[in-house]
Design a protein around this ligand. Sequence first.
Ligand code: NAD
Length: 373
Amino acid sequence: MNYIIGILKESMEEPRVCMVPDTVKEIIEKFQLKVIVESGAGISAGFSDEEYTNAGAQMSARSEVIQASSLLFCINSFDGLTDSMMKKTLICFSNPLFHYNQLLPLLNSHLDLFSLDLIPRTSKAQSMDLLSSMASLSGYKAVIKGAELYNSVLPMLTTAAGTIRPAKVLILGAGVAGLQAIATAKRLGAIVSAFDVRKASGEEVRSLGAKFIEVEGAAENETSGGYAVEQSTEYLQLQKELIDKHIAEASIVISTANIPGKIAPRLIDKSSVERMKKGAVIIDLAADQGGNCELTQNGKIVNHKGVLILGNSFLVRETAYTASQLLSTNYFNFFKHLLEIEKNDLSNDPIVEGCLILKDGKIVNERVKAQIN
Ligand code: NAD
């Protein structure tokens, strides 16, 4: 298909760009397509307009990019997209299971919209899995942030004035972000333990040299695609009692526990925070979905009786350059897949089916429909 590709600039709070100049160059050279980039799109991630121009792109104002393009890429900057009456395809990354309100202005537009965070986590789709690439960076950054806010050091230090014991880092939720956090905290010399409701994660935790805290009786569901499912109140109570002791002893807690499309499970309540020592730190990566800690405020640092709680699901934005490079590769691999599908006229492709949200401005994705209902 002879697309004209548009790349949009994100809003002020989003420094990443979904496509970097190297990828633009690859699209132009490989597919001989025209690429138009909104002026300043890459600046906050560290990519200048000049680099995009050198890659072969044309720089334009937002309204012109939207008008002239037939296939647009962005993270979640939807402003102005409904101004055009032409049929267009939009490829984005907007957590539509949780933030489905963002879709409402786009209903009854002429957009086919794909959100790449709903790509199934299969081996075929691994190269497009932006949740994994972003989660890895977030897990790393969470430890660095925790170490920075913590009022001591992570490794054991032997000094002339005595020996300092290593910090204890507790990771709640050992998915992609949690495992990267374990690896980073270990590298910094901390004593690391971790907890997850998925039994399968125990082996991964132990293989990274951390202790796995086991709580029997978790609900698992083979149809959930490897994700966790909501747990019963009884299980959450039992879990709370067992991990509370570890929370009280921890210097840094990094919580990453999430369930797609649901409010994040509450794992740390106010009384647990009050048992932690002064100077301890909680980094809550689930803040955007309500947070794992009762005291979390999204996007803020709360000081509760000397314990600092940072609620931030977007620490990856502090690695905007690298995050944009990884996103760009994930987007490009999806785009290649889309072209392939169109060429072979393959219907019922599971990757496309998983992440196609709007078809001609109407919600077609069953998971999003169920969520809205
Ligand atoms: P996520 O961000 O949705 O959740 C993070 C972690 O929180 C998960 O490990 C989850 O089990 C855990 N969690 C949920 N409720 C909890 C609770 N009450 N207490 C403690 N922990 C809780 O998940 P993710 O990191 O994106 O990964 C989810 C799954 O997808 C994992 O099984 C992972 O191995 C799998 N995955 C597969 C592929 C692939 O096959 N290509 C790629 C990436 C991830």
